[in-house]
Design a binder for this molecule. Structure first.
Ligand code: ATP
Length: 338
């Protein structure tokens, strides 16, 4: 039995949460794996109700769970997700960009993953007013850079595709911080002689993600660059509605869509739940690895195959060129997953 804490979020968060809960309940009933899902509050609504975007009780429940599923939160995102990543030391943010059939895209057959350092960089929130200026501190450490580089090389080893890691930075301008990141990755690369290693400036990477996305396997990069490049990579394969993510630490992990609360489409049944359903798939993969649990791995495969099959059949939400609602899409996924 696995305990899963679910943050239902803001904007389209509650619709995505309903969708993923229904998929998980179907799995609970039919797939022979027990999940205990506890809904917890965090985000803009929690802030209004309790005065805190991340109430202590939420953090307690998350810590007592085996994993956390987090729908997007709104304006208070920094107090929720940036806080959780640091508080739980979820140092690796894994953001796959993978082609699914029937997407409104220019290129097919993309399968890359962005491994984003999740605890440092400009995300530490160290900002100050100095005279008439505002100053932000960017921290990059050798420890965190080597830790994320190692994770990227392990990912490339396990994926067993092109077996390549691309280290992305801007060390020609940020010589100290990105210089350290680049050097640290290069040092780790020496321990993985069977994986190709290349370095790329972030602007060139942004261009190449459009020009030749198929040339990438694993991209490892710093926090802010990873945030920006993963939205771009998501669009290359069909859009944010198809983009899941995992935040992984030594002992705990949290799974969430790449995108934010998308207030423009909230409450309209227009959200694509794939991003959150595929995040749940990543959760089962992680649970499988952590607990040596073959059944969880089978469920992960089933979820991915179900989404693949649903979009192949032309059942799609508006963002990917269809006219199905969030609930219709979810029902189809459920019918294929069990
Ligand atoms: P954040 O900075 O919090 O990530 P953002 O400003 O990048 O947020 P998002 O909320 O991530 O904005 O989404 C950008 C746009 O993409 C939304 O306005 C919405 O139209 C679209 N979008 C995002 N997620 C989905 C989804 N699951 N289904 C359909 N459309 C989506």
């Amino acid at each position: 039995m696995y305990k899963v804490a679910l943050i239902t979020g803001d904007g389209i968060g509650p619709e995505l949460s309903e969708s993923v809960t229904n998929v998980l309940h179907a799995i609970n009933d039919k797939a022979g794996i027990k999940l205990e899902i506890t809904t917890v509050e965090a985000g803009d609504d929690a802030l209004k109700k309790t005065g805190r975007a991340m109430p202590d009780s939420t953090l307690d429940t998350i810590k007592k769970s085996d994993a956390c599923l987090k729908a997007p939160v709104g304006e208070s995102a920094a107090d929720v997700i940036v806080f959780l990543r640091r508080a739980l030391d979820l140092y690796a943010n894994i953001r796959p960009a993978k082609s699914y059939p029937n997407m409104p895209v220019l290129k097919e057959n993309i399968d890359l993953v962005i491994v984003r350092e999740n605890t440092e960089d400009l995300y530490t929130g160290m900002e100050f007013d100095v005279g008439d200026s505002a100053v932000a501190l960017r921290t990059i450490s050798e420890h965190a850079s080597k830790r994320i580089a190692k994770y990227a090389f392990m990912t490339a080893t396990q994926r067993n595709r092109q077996r390549k890691v691309t280290c992305v930075h801007k060390s020609n301008v940020m010589r100290k911080t990105d210089g350290l990141f680049s050097r640290s990755c290069a040092q780790v690369a020496e321990d993985f002689g069977n994986i190709a290693f290349e370095q790329m400036y972030v602007d060139a990477c942004a261009m190449n993600l459009i020009r030749q996305p198929e040339s990438f396997d694993v991209i490892v990069t710093t926090n802010l660059f990873g945030d920006i490049l993963s939205d771009e990579a998501a669009q290359v394969v069909g859009g944010l509605g198809m983009a899941p993510a995992a935040n992984i630490g030594e002992n705990f992990a949290l799974f969430e869509p790449v995108h934010g609360a998308a207030f423009d489409i909230a409450g309209k049944q227009a959200a694509n739940p794939s991003s959150f359903i595929l995040s749940a798939k990543m959760m089962f993969e992680w649970l499988a690895m952590k607990n040596n649990d073959v059944r969880s791995l089978e469920i992960a495969k089933k979820i991915e195959e179900a989404v693949y099959s649903v979009v192949s059949d032309g059942i799609k939400t508006k963002d990917i060129g269809g006219n199905n609602t969030t609930r219709e899409f979810t029902q189809k996924v459920i019918s294929k997953v069990i």
